[in-house]
Write a protein that binds this ligand. Structure first.
Ligand code: HEC
Length: 496
């Protein structure tokens, strides 16, 4: 073990030595890693809770000891309590016999306990937080009643479908993560489009996003984002964006005229099977935005010379707009629009004109962000999450004098956010402008209404049909949901 740790330390040193000045700078604001000695003693937050809190607050947060009342109420579950909870644990509540833990527990451990309390609350409140179950095939939510209609059924050739988009004539394009693209007509995928670029289907990566140019009728462009292998057959890859056209020759569909829109330096390609991004959206003013995750190398999210953990903005032909924030800096990629992301797998322009993203984080740290020019979203300096193995990670709050932008919302527990849409109105007028955020592990869609930067409504509207990979509003306003396990595409149609 010591040998492995020494080797790991040497590698970290090597990476640090090779990094740019920028990265060194940001490394300084990273909290100090616990020493190897301490790392081996790290206790799970469940154990911390059991040892320090359960005697008063009860094993599940139900209260009862030392005059405590229950922590398991809808009011205390609201995210506004994050900081007060943290402060109560750190400093104590002197008037109420709540001891302070600031001297015996680190800030990361204290935040880990807040996450633990959130997990206990979510478990206890799950009946009230869940979307209503379908009754006679319809689901009655607060503002709309809908029916779930199958668009492409399981068994018809979909295999880990990732994304959908539409041609102006209503035909739907769907991607399969292992590497196929289909055109769907009347619920039936045609033959896979021929000549699609080879993908490295490794872990979470493969063929991912498809986005039809808003002016397709005039120019025929279709954009794809996928994990490009470093060389033919290689398992090492990086998210790449291309555009091309589908030539329809009877039953045969052929990918032609391909152009590269974004391709990272080969040195950044990685065999890691995690965190590829990627969604593509158009701003209607000649640009497209797309995302790449940290690829498991979290420190790279703060390094502007690398593509990891960024949202990008390029012109529709891939060229770099001269008004991008980091253009002209020798230590930065000119395509970068914002940084400090972990794995943005949802991206959409709201009806309010904001660019919204959902980011898949570790346990209890999924985020909803407004993506702003040059902004730093903090990963991995700060995070609302803890490690998947239940040990503490960091705190959500930036060190003083840092420029980190906080999320508008954080999911604790995580739903595994993936796919983000905005309800545009036609089919579901009472949802117009609301964000619809899908969740993989959560198997759900949350509807989020935001006014003046504040969340005014939050409701789970869809649950339990499968892992939600993508959510997209069709031109007619119906809500399409790309499901994995079972692999199919369904849509929500109004039944009010
Ligand atoms: C000696 C008993 C005792 C212990 C031990 C204790 N607490 Fe408390 N705690 C209280 C009391 C009493 C209050 C105030 C009354 C209430 O909120 O029920 C309180 C309040 C809180 C609150 C604020 C709740 C609110 O309404 O704002 C949180 C959060 C909390 N405790 C978490 C913890 C955690 C986590 C631990 C373990 C690290 C812990 N407490 C340990 C007794 C205790």
């Amino acid at each position: 073990v010591t040998k492995t740790l020494a080797l790991a330390a040497a590698l970290v040193g090597l990476v640090a030595a090779c990094s740019t000045a920028y990265q060194t700078q940001s490394a300084e604001i990273l909290p100090k890693e616990p020493s190897a000695q301490r790392q081996r003693q790290v206790t799970s937050v469940t154990q911390l809770y059991r040892e320090n809190c359960a005697n008063c607050h009860g094993s599940a947060g139900q209260g009862g000891g030392a005059g405590t009342s229950t922590l398991l109420t809808a009011d205390l579950y609201r995210q506004e309590h994050d900081r007060p909870f943290f402060d109560a644990i750190k400093k104590g509540v002197p008037d109420m016999a709540m001891p302070s833990f600031g001297e015996v527990l680190s800030d990361a451990e204290i935040w880990g306990l807040v996450v633990h309390v959130r997990e206990l609350q979510a478990r206890a409140l799950s009946d009230t937080l869940r979307a209503p179950r379908p009754q006679n095939g319809v689901v009655k939510t607060q503002r709309h009643t809908y029916r779930i209609e199958t668009v492409v059924d399981r068994g018809l050739g979909l295999q880990i479908p990732w994304a959908v988009d539409w041609l102006p004539d209503g035909r739907m394009i769907v991607t399969n993560r292992p590497g196929q693209v289909f055109v769907v007509l009347d619920g039936k995928p045609g033959q896979p489009v021929q000549g699609i670029p080879e993908v490295a289907h490794v872990g979470q990566g493969g063929m991912m996003e498809v986005a039809v140019h808003p002016d397709y009728t005039r120019n025929g462009w279709i954009y794809l984002a996928y994990n490009e292998p470093q060389s033919e057959g290689s398992r090492s890859g990086m998210t790449k964006v291309v555009r091309g056209k589908i030539r329809f020759e009877g039953e045969t569909h052929r990918w032609v005229d391909q152009q590269t829109i974004f391709e990272a330096d080969r040195a950044t390609y990685s065999p890691a099977g995690v965190h590829f991004g990627s969604r593509i959206v158009f701003d209607g003013q000649g640009h497209l935005f797309f995302s790449i995750g940290d690829r498991g190398a979290m420190q790279h999210s703060q390094d502007l010379s690398r593509p990891n953990g960024k949202v990008f903005r390029v012109r529709e032909d891939g060229s770099i707009p001269s008004d991008n924030p980091f253009v002209g800096r020798a230590d930065a990629l000119g395509q970068i629009w914002s940084y400090g992301h972990r794995n943005p797998q949802g991206l959409v322009f709201g009806l309010d004109g904001n660019l919204w993203s959902t980011e898949h984080a570790p346990r209890g740290g999924d985020e909803l962000n407004v993506v702003e020019r040059a902004a730093n979203y903090g990963w991995p300096v700060v995070s609302f999450g803890i490690n998947y193995n239940d040990t503490p990670f960091r705190t959500p709050w930036p060190p003083e004098a840092s420029d980190i932008t906080m999320p508008v919302y954080r999911w604790i527990p995580s739903t595994g956010v993936c796919g983000l849409a905005v309800a545009t109105g036609p089919a579901f007028p009472n949802w117009k402008g609301d964000l619809l955020a899908g969740g993989l592990a959560g198997q759900n869609i949350d509807r989020i209404r935001i006014e003046n930067g504040k969340i005014v409504e939050f409701e789970e509207i869809f649950f339990g049909q499968g892992r939600v990979r993508d959510v997209k509003t069709a031109p007619d306003g119906t809500i399409y949901v790309v499901l994995n396990d079972p692999d199919k595409v369904v849509r929500l149609v109004p039944a009010d």
